[in-house]
Design a protein around this ligand. Structure first.
Ligand code: AMP
Length: 414
């Protein structure tokens, strides 16, 4: 019996696995350009960590967390997101602030699987801990946009909002609660619970009827305190100055409890396999989380991108590999092929040779199976003329290349 992968998980087979590595390596490169260093934290943590950060009333904690008790009776959870583990590690090891960290790794949420929504998925995230100025928002959004540009994913807009702070949010919460009480008979059952426990979360509701009602609900953006308003205004002006495209979205509250002030999401605007409502990433400020965890008063901000969702927005990767396959047609040519395969690898050109191949036909068949882009054929004729026959398996064209010009030729074409 063949056992399949569990529901909601994904196998990354080649060439998708190669595209995944490319996305990760490019993210590493860009994050380092902005002064971030990589942090790797465990994929599971004490459940309590997420209860105290992501939040007791969030969908992630109440419905989606993979929790278990281990053999030592510890309550553990597969991490549903990266920020709590990073903040924990910063405090546990007393790392100096401010600090810029990035992470890449799998996250786990028990969600209804669909395109772009999985139970195990990869996030690429950054955190700046210990910087409260609007400059931090601009750095992060600029970084994300540079990353998307590098991936040739040009059409991405930043939706942005401010959810206020400990000063202005409680007042707003009350006025929103009043509005929801007045409309209680018209909203869905989930929103009735949200109205009671965490009213701001109603804006995340997927029901069209609820959304129509919330059009006329009070919006936090219109009720910010002076400090939050000034901060948000500076962020928006900075985005305009840097020519970073954004849309103000007063309903953008995002699903986590610890957000303060700026929240944002990256939404692709071009045609793609991704649903039109899905974001490819999101983040925000969390100015109180470090303190709530027992650390110093250190404002912070971060975002996480969904790797699978970015993949859905990019063209499908090519199956052909930039790999050269050498076929030798007799024993003398075999010796030449043996030397050549190492010479190519020394020149950073991926190359393979097989001594099992007895005929040209069999060799070409094997090269096709291995998705090699180029085949180099060496026989008596080639040895005498000091050339190699180079066949391009993608367009099936064939040329003779002088032996001493081969590396140059392959470097220019691979
Ligand atoms: P969040 O951590 O909920 O703020 O999500 C940040 C990003 O992670 C989203 O914009 C998605 O790109 C990605 N993401 C969140 N949940 C999932 C999921 N279940 N499957 C795939 N990607 C996800």
């Amino acid at each position: 019996m063949i056992i399949n992968n569990p529901k909601g998980t994904q196998d990354f087979l080649p060439p998708l696995s190669t595209q995944k590595s490319y996305l990760e390596n490019t993210f590493r490169k860009i994050a380092q350009l902005y002064g971030f260093e990589e942090i790797v934290t465990p994929t599971f943590e004490h459940t309590e960590l997420f209860l105290r950060s992501t939040g007791l009333t969030t969908d992630i904690v109440t419905k989606q967390m993979y929790t278990f008790v281990d053999k030592g009776n510890r309550n553990l959870a597969l991490r549903p997101e990266g920020t709590p583990g990073v903040v924990r590690a910063v405090l546990q090891y007393n790392l100096k602030l401010p600090i810029r960290l990035f992470y890449i790794g799998p996250m786990f949420r028990y969600e209804r699987p669909q395109k772009g929504r999985y139970r195990e998925f990869y996030q690429l995230g950054v955190e700046i801990i210990g910087e409260g100025q609007p400059e931090a928002e601009l750095e992060l959004i600029d970084l994300a946009m540079r990353y998307f540009r590098e991936l040739k994913l040009e059409a991405v807009v930043t939706k942005i909002n401010s959810v206020g702070c400990k000063v202005c949010r409680p007042q707003f919460r009350n006025s929103l609660k009043g509005f929801l009480t007045d409309n209680l008979s018209k909203i869905c059952e989930d929103c009735k619970v949200r109205a009671e426990q965490n009213p701001l979360r109603v804006f995340d509701c997927k029901e069209d009827t609820c959304q129509a009602i919330y059009q006329s609900a009070p919006k936090i953006t219109d009720h910010l305190c002076y400090e939050c308003q000034k901060h948000f205004q500076t962020v928006l002006e900075g985005l305009s100055k840097r020519k970073l495209p954004f849309e103000l979205d007063k309903s953008l509250v995002r699903g986590l409890d610890y957000y303060t002030r700026t929240t944002f999401e990256f939404v692709p605007t071009g045609a793609s396999e991704l649903g039109s409502k899905d974001s490819i990433g999101g983040g925000g400020r969390y100015d109180n989380l470090v303190k709530d965890f027992g650390g110093p008063q250190a404002p912070a901000i971060g975002f996480a991108l969904g790797l699978e969702r970015i993949l859905l927005c990019l063209p499908k990767p090519e199956r052909w590999r930039p790999l050269v396959f050498i076929i030798s047609l007799d024993e003398k040519a075999d010796t030449e092929a043996e030397g050549l395969v190492h010479k190519l690898r020394d020149a950073d050109i991926p190359a393979l040779k097989s001594s099992q191949v007895k005929t040209l036909r069999a060799g070409l068949g094997l090269a096709d199976t291995l998705y090699c882009k180029y085949v180099i054929i060496i026989g008596g004729d080639e040895l005498q003329k000091k050339v190699y026959t180079v066949k391009n398996l993608v367009d099936r064209s064939q040329v003779e290349v002088a032996q001493d010009k081969l590396i140059e030729y392959l470097k220019a074409t691979l």
